[in-house]
Design a protein around this ligand. Structure first.
Ligand code: GLY
Length: 343
C-alpha cells in the first residue's frame, strides 16, 4: 500500500492528512496515547473498520449515529452528542472520531471543540468533498434557521484519514459534488491536475488546501480563495431549493466566475474556455444556470452572501491570479448571468 502524507503546518497544532487506497490502516498510529476511550460519530450506512481498529488498539469504543441531511447539522445534534459524551464519562484526554462526509466531520469537529472546551478529534473522511476540502483545515460548525454554518469554531483535528477505497461506493450525486469542489483546485494553481491518477489528484488537492490553511488558518485573506465559485454556488443551492447540491452548484459558480472575470476584462476568452473544459468536459458537470432559478433572485441572494462585506463579492481570476474582488456593479453581474446558457 502506498499512501500520500500531506502536512498541515500549524506549529504545535500541525497534523497529517493521509491519502490513498488503504489509508485507514494508518489510523492506529494516530490514536493519542493518553486516550482511554474513543467516541465514533458517524451515520447509518457508512461501513468502516474504525471501531475494530480502535478497539484492537485497546481503547474502549462507543459509536453514536447522527441523522442524514442538513437539518441534522444543528445545535440539537451537538446537544445530543454532548449528553452522550457525559453519560459515557468522556474526559478531555479521550478521543472523538468523525467518520463520514463533510457534514459528519463538521459536526464531530464542533462537538470536539465544545466538549470540555476542546477534546482531540480525528477525521476519517469517506466522501470526495471531505477528502479535498471539508475534513481539512479545522472549520467546524452547524446551521441555524438564519443560515448555514453560522455557529462554529476553528478546531484542528489531530489527523485526517482519506481512504480513497471509500470513493468506489459513493453515490453519483456525491461524486459530482466532490468533482465540483475538486474542479476549483484546477484554477487556483498552475498544476496539471488532469494528468494525475485519482489518488494522486486527491492528494494534490489536499496539499493545496493544506498549504492555504497553513498560511491563513483563520481566513484573513488567502483562505477566502477556497470560496471560488461559491458566491453563485450558494445562491443556486438556495434558489433551487437544494435540488442542486453544494458541489454541483459550485461547478456552475466556477463557470460564472470565469465569465464575470472576462466581462470585467480580467481574463481572456481562452481562460473561460479552459474553465468550460475542466468543469464540463473533464468532470462532466452541468455548466448552465438551472432553468428553475430566477436571475433577479440569484443576484439578490449573492448580494446577501455572508462573505459579501462590500457589495457583490466574488473570487475571480485575473492578471495576478485568483483574488477576492468586492464592489462589482450589479448590472455587470446580471448581464453576465443573462448571457449564460440555461438548462
Ligand atoms: N471550505 C472552505 C475552507 O475550508 O476554508
Amino acid at each position: 500500500m502506498s499512501v500520500h502524507i500531506v502536512k498541515v503546518q500549524l506549529a504545535d497544532r500541525s497534523y497529517d492528512v493521509v491519502v490513498g487506497n488503504g489509508a485507514i490502516s494508518s489510523l492506529a498510529g494516530y490514536l493519542p496515547k493518553k486516550a482511554k476511550r474513543a467516541v465514533i460519530i458517524t451515520q447509518y450506512g457508512i461501513e468502516s473498520q474504525v471501531s475494530e481498529i480502535v478497539s484492537a488498539a485497546g481503547l474502549q469504543c462507543e459509536t453514536v449515529f447522527i441523522g442524514r441531511g442538513e437539518e441534522f447539522k444543528s445545535l440539537q445534534t451537538i446537544q445530543h452528542l454532548c449528553e452522550s459524551f457525559g453519560q459515557w464519562g468522556i474526559t478531555r484526554n479521550d478521543l472523538i472520531i468523525g467518520v463520514g462526509g463533510g457534514m459528519v466531520t463538521d459536526v464531530a469537529g464542533f462537538a470536539a471543540a465544545s466538549w470540555h472546551r476542546g477534546t482531540d478529534v480525528i477525521h476519517v473522511s469517506t466522501s470526495l468533498v471531505g477528502m479535498v476540502d471539508a475534513a481539512i483545515g479545522g472549520k467546524t460548525g452547524v446551521n441555524l434557521a438564519a443560515g448555514k454554518n453560522l455557529v462554529g469554531a476553528f478546531w484542528q483535528p489531530k489527523a485526517v484519514i482519506c481512504d480513497t477505497a471509500f470513493l468506489s461506493t459513493l453515490p453519483s450525486k456525491e461524486l459530482r459534488c466532490g468533482h465540483g469542489e475538486m474542479a476549483k483546485y484546477h484554477f487556483l494553481t498552475g498544476d496539471d491536475l488532469v494528468s494525475l491518477e485519482l489518488d494522486d489528484r486527491v492528494a494534490r488537492c489536499a496539499q493545496i488546501k493544506a498549504d492555504i490553511v497553513s498560511s491563513d488558518e483563520r481566513e484573513g485573506g488567502l483562505r477566502a480563495l477556497l470560496n471560488s465559485g461559491h458566491t453563485l454556488g450558494h445562491a443556486i443551492e438556495i434558489e433551487s431549493n437544494f435540488a442542486f447540491a453544494h458541489g454541483e452548484a459550485v461547478a456552475i459558480g466556477l463557470i460564472f466566475a470565469s465569465k464575470l472575470a472576462h466581462s470585467l476584462g480580467r481574463v481572456p476568452q481562452e481562460r473561460v474556455d479552459y474553465h468550460m473544459h475542466i468543469v464540463g468536459e473533464t468532470y462532466g458537470l452541468q455548466t448552465a444556470i438551472p432553468k428553475s432559478c430566477s436571475l433577479d433572485r440569484l443576484v439578490t441572494l449573492m448580494a446577501k452572501d455572508k462573505k459579501a462585506v462590500d457589495g457583490l463579492t466574488f473570487v475571480l481570476d485575473g492578471p495576478q491570479g485568483v483574488e477576492t474582488v468586492a464592489g462589482i456593479p450589479p448590472q455587470i453581474v446580471y448581464q453576465t448571468l443573462e448571457a449564460m446558457e440555461v438548462l
